[in-house]
Design a protein around this ligand. Sequence first.
Ligand SMILES: Nc1ncnc2c1ncn2[C@@H]1O[C@H](COP(=O)(O)OP(=O)(O)OP(=O)(O)O)[C@@H](O)[C@H]1O
Ligand SMILES: [Mg+2]
Length: 288
Amino acid sequence: MADETDIEIREELAAADAVRPERFERAICIRGLKNQFGDAVVHEDLSLDVRSGEILGVVGGSGTGKSVLMRSIIGLQTPTAGEIEVYGKTLDTIANEEESRDLRRRWGVMFQGGALFSTLSVAENIQVPLREYYPRLDKKLLDEIAAYKVEMVGLPPDAGPKFPAELSGGMVKRAGLARALALDPALLFLDEPTAGLDPIGAAKFDELIRELADTMGLTVFLITHDLDTLYATCDRVAVLAEKRVIAVGTIPELLATEHPWIQDYFNGPRGRAAAGCNVATGRQDRNS
Ligand SMILES: Nc1ncnc2c1ncn2[C@@H]1O[C@H](COP(=O)(O)OP(=O)(O)OP(=O)(O)O)[C@@H](O)[C@H]1O
Ligand SMILES: [Mg+2]
């Protein structure tokens, strides 16, 4: 027979279903966003929709505000103006802490640079969000969930007890992804997930993201400078420039626009090389 704690956890999980991501055509809806630090305006009248179930690539020059945009969506940065809805709810107008938690546990985040806790093992890192949202989960269940996530991201089972300093760069990325997936999110934010990986490691990571997104029905907000990642994994790409999203669409749609930054980016030598490599296999082939 289920004990009292079990019943409480089940009730908590049932209550979380109130958000029901699958009911929403748009996972994220941003209108008129402004972000300003002192005199520096980073975003001005920025609007963007992220459709449920898509992998949206977000590109733009360094310092154009990609990370600030992600931080605004997840409530780590309070915008100067504008509205951001995630699954129909706006974080700053949510009435109570309970409702805010219900929404927050719908997403997982992998920050730029990975940012694993260096004093915690991989398994303990994965357990951080679980402990935060489900404090009554017992150690056995926490260990089982962590082991499952380790396997899910393609790490060997013995990676669980290891500390971040004992892992290769690619393994750290996978561990970061496992932590982002700890709460079985509907929405995944990845900020430069393949930065610093060698091309083979990066390609494997792209494949993993695509596979997980397909099997788990994830919506992914994927900030990247990596053109191969864009071609291999993204359904659509949003381009950040001039303080706003200047274009959003499939890569062929973006190529049809005349904007000089977009043309330089996709039609420059690196863009052409990435396009060439992905002619036969790229995700974009399915959308063009
Ligand atoms: N907390 C902050 N206080 C002041 N300025 C900030 C803060 N966070 C970001 N900025 C500034 O906002 C701008 C956009 O930063 P952001 O980190 O979003 O760029 P980015 O597009 O992610 O760049 P990169 O591709 O290099 O990661 C930068 O000029 C940065 O210095
Ligand atoms: Mg950034």
